[in-house]
Design a protein around this ligand. Structure first.
Ligand code: NAD
Length: 329
């Protein structure tokens, strides 16, 4: 109980990064000491306050403008991680292009950083790139937990638990509802979601200007309906030996103009029990819980779990489906 506070860094200070800063502010076991965005970073070993960070980011566009602790930089991640004393980072970064998170991971390895990394990656192919770094991460002394958002993340872990009643899993069906007041608060999330639509891909969505995204959302009345998404819940449940990846389906509805969830987020796990009965477990998130609460809460639960693994010299890549999250007070 009297352990020193875990020193946390947040890379990316958009919708999720800012929510992460607010969540950490209320925690006694973790302390936000470092943040980075595309144009700069801020570091204070004594702690950073979201009530000063967020207005500076909104008014001036970067944490680099934070009085006393901010530094402007076009290479903010490398500059920050090379000098800051941080136990673990939450990577709240866009994965645009789809290789970005793996590139950032290589930067951590190449500067010789040691500690815990947690991401909220979405795509199967992005997690596959990290799997290729498994050995390098182990050798570097980094404990990396991937897919630790809501989906993948909270719902994938819930599916792993729900699976225990069954002798055989037939189908894991994840359905999410997201409501946000305006898309600009979560630009990367919305661009990455657009990339899942049939007529788009990651490169096309990345290349869209804000005005083009706006125009597109005008046509759909602000609603994105997503089906059969390439979501890493599938590879994570396969790696955890729960089912094959083709038995996992993910889809959802995102309303970019209304903070109310259009539908309830849930995971359904269907299987056969040892008695031969077919049944379905359903785990539904409360409608009042926001995307930010479900993603960042989970990410920090896994960060704390990762710290414990790291202290036991368990390094390398883990997924949210193979480790239990801790709870951060
Ligand atoms: P955002 O667009 O609101 O913010 C992105 C931030 O990253 C900005 O602060 C930007 O300055 C910073 N950034 C961009 N390039 C950078 C660079 N090279 N160096 C340093 N900082 C850089 O993003 P968001 O909507 O908060 O989403 C973040 C990620 O979280 C996305 O990849 C999204 O898909 C993911 N996400 C996952 C889940 C889940 O459940 N797994 C849910 C929601 C979002």
């Amino acid at each position: 109980m009297n352990n020193p506070k875990i020193k946390v860094g947040v890379l990316g200070f958009g919708g999720l990064g800012q929510a992460a800063a607010k969540i950490l502010h209320a925690k006694s076991q973790m302390c936000l000491v470092a943040v980075a965005d595309q144009k700069g970073y801020a570091y204070n070993p004594e702690g950073l306050d979201p009530d000063t960070l967020i207005p500076v980011y909104h008014q001036q566009g970067s944490n680099g403008y934070l009085p006393k602790y901010g530094v402007l930089s076009n290479n903010s991640i490398v500059h920050l991680i090379s000098q800051a004393q941080v136990d673990g980072y939450f990577l709240a970064l866009p994965n645009l292009p789809n290789t970005f998170m793996a590139d950032v991971t290589r930067q951590f390895i190449s500067v010789g950083w040691q500690g815990v990394l947690v991401d909220a990656l979405k795509r199967t192919s992005a997690v596959e790139q990290l799997l290729e770094l498994q050995e390098d991460l182990s050798k570097a002394g980094i404990t990396y937990l991937t897919g630790c958002g809501a989906t993948p993340g909270l719902l994938t872990a819930a599916a792993a638990i729900a699976a225990q009643s069954f002798a055989e899993i037939h189908h894991v069906k994840i359905t999410f509802g997201v409501g946000i007041a305006n898309w600009e608060a979560y630009r990367a999330t919305i661009r990455e979601d657009i990339a899942h639509l049939p007529q788009f891909d990651v490169d096309k969505a990345k290349a869209m200007t804000d005005e083009e995204v706006e125009e597109f959302l005008d046509k759909t009345n602000g609603i994105l309906t997503l089906e059969n998404m390439e979501h890493a819940d599938d590879i994570m449940l396969e790696l955890a030996e729960i089912c094959d990846r083709h038995q996992v389906t993910v889809g959802g509805i995102v309303d970019t103009r209304n903070p109310k969830k259009p539908i309830s987020t849930n995971v359904q796990v269907t299987g056969r029990t040892f008695e031969g009965r077919i049944s379905t477990h359903t785990f539904t998130l409360g409608d009042e819980t926001s995307m930010a609460a479900n993603v960042c809460g989970t990410a920090f639960g896994y960060l704390k779990a990762g710290i414990k693994l790291h202290q036991r010299n368990l390094n390398g890549l883990f997924t949210a489906a193979e480790v239990m999250p801790s709870f951060v007070r």
